[in-house]
Design a protein around this ligand. Structure first.
Ligand SMILES: [Zn+2]
Ligand SMILES: [Zn+2]
Length: 170
């Protein structure tokens, strides 16, 4: 599966907007110490050729598969982001944000990957009501119950751990 966009018409007719809509596959990537997978992204917008550059303007929609920070279950996070990027034939040290291209095709892989990663929330939870894992025995308290934390806190270590985890949730 290729992530390329043919921009031959935009290069041939500078100044004219060419609408496009394409699907882009993004490899799983490590973000915030977690492997994040992405459902195929859809990039829709217009391509504008200007000499040796092509500007893409549009919106990117995808879904990231993350894990709940409390109970570790899978959470699908929808992502929608406006994209405004320039591809250039020649690298320009003054314009480090540009993506390179050759011929008449843009490889959208890096551009889409970068835009998605920037939009990822640092932390996700499956639900605001998620009870998380028991800090003592580790069971998923959404699915099961245990008596570890009953009748106040059994030992100082679990109290400390519970405090730390509550802090993280703010
Ligand atoms: Zn959860
Ligand atoms: Zn427990």
């Amino acid at each position: 599966m290729s992530n390329t966009l043919n921009v031959a018409p935009a290069l041939k007719n500078p100044g004219q907007l060419y609408p496009f809509s394409t699907e882009v596959f993004v490899e799983p990537t490590e973000v915030f110490g977690e492997a994040v997978c992405f459902a195929p992204a859809r990039l829709e917008g217009t391509a504008l050729g200007a000499g040796e550059t092509v500007k893409l303007h549009g919106s990117l929609a995808a879904e990231a598969v993350r894990h709940c920070a409390r109970c570790l279950c899978e959470v699908r996070v929808p992502i929608r982001v406006d994209v405004d990027e320039t591809f250039a034939r020649e690298a320009d040290p003054d314009e480090p944000d540009r993506y390179p291209f050759e011929g008449s095709e843009l490889d959208l892989t890096d551009c889409v990957h970068d835009n998605l990663v920037l939009e990822l929330p640092i932390r996700v939870v499956c639900s605001e009501d998620c009870k998380g894992l028991c800090p003592v025995c580790g069971i998923n308290r959404n699915l099961d119950s245990c008596t570890c934390l009953e009748g106040g806190v059994a030992n100082p270590f679990s109290a400390l751990k519970a405090m730390v985890e509550n802090d993280e949730e703010v």
